[in-house]
Design a protein around this ligand. Structure first.
Ligand code: ADP
Ligand code: MG
Length: 241
């Protein structure tokens, strides 16, 4: 993305959620996005994934400028080439694990290969839970179903917005290990928003946002360094308020 600006107007007030952000995400890399609450992290993911439009600047996916795509082409690109994992899992509670994984493919009017569905669930360690309703699964299991669903179309880019935010520490470590293992096997780009310095340290690069701008980047992060940088960032933000 190049010089991306996204503003929101609600009644009288306007908020600049992204104030000119330029970032590249290469295939086979794992990037963590961190920043204080309201710094624009979710907006950044939504714009990069083509879920939200931008007010200025450009978002490129390989050699495609998202703003130039028709609605149909954009929807196809999102479905076939990107995956999105949300903090709140976003599973359909009345469907089974298997049906949740299959849903995007079915919505696209295709019939999923049952072997591939079983394989996707096996890769997240849920081979035995295919027939369970989403509501019968623990939080960690639900997030693993959501990851299986996001990875099912073998996307080139996987976006995750605080994927471990609702999980306890042990379960979030398992989900993270799963995410980073999948990345290194599949050669996709992963972009993960997180509040957790330990989670961010799994990435090879951490991008720090504040007030809708990239204020720092760290390569080869450690949890200690990330944590220290976040503390100074939050102090800076407090000092300006
Ligand atoms: P973060 O994910 O870092 O907490 P967000 O990207 O959600 O931050 O939000 C950045 C800023 O944009 C915040 O001030 C937020 O209130 C505002 N914002 C985000 N989405 C909307 C929206 N749909 N309508 C109005 N304001 C929004
Ligand atoms: Mg957010």
């Amino acid at each position: 993305m190049v010089d991306v600006v996204r503003r929101f107007e609600t009644g009288e007030t306007a908020v600049t959620a992204l104030g000119g952000v330029s970032l590249d995400f290469d295939a086979g890399t794992f990037t963590a996005i961190m920043g204080p609450s309201g710094s624009g992290k979710s907006t950044l993911l939504h714009c990069a994934a083509g879920i939200d439009r931008v007010d200025a600047g450009e978002v490129w996916f390989a050699d495609l400028n998202l703003a130039r795509l028709s609605r149909t082409k954009l929807a196809e690109l999102r479905r076939d080439r990107t995956g999105f994992v949300f903090q709140a899992y976003n599973l359909i509670p009345t469907l089974t694990a298997q049906q949740n994984v299959e849903l995007p493919v079915r919505l696209a009017g295709q019939v999923p290969d049952p072997v591939e569905v079983a394989d996707a669930l096996a890769r997240v360690g849920l081979a035995d839970h295919a027939g369970r309703l989403a509501t019968q699964l623990s939080g960690g299991q639900q997030q693993r179903v959501a990851i299986a669903r996001a990875l099912f179309s073998r996307p080139q880019v996987l976006f995750a917005d605080e994927p471990t935010g609702a999980l306890d520490i042990r379960t979030s470590r398992q989900v993270l290990t799963l995410l980073s293992a999948t990345v290194s096997q599949a050669g996709m780009a992963v972009i993960m928003v997180t509040h957790d310095p330990v989670a961010a340290a799994q990435a090879e690069r951490v991008v720090f946002l504040a007030d809708g701008r990239v204020v720092d980047e760290m390569v080869a992060p450690t949890a200690e360094k990330v944590s220290a940088r976040m503390t100074t960032l939050e102090d800076d933000v407090d000092a300006r308020q």
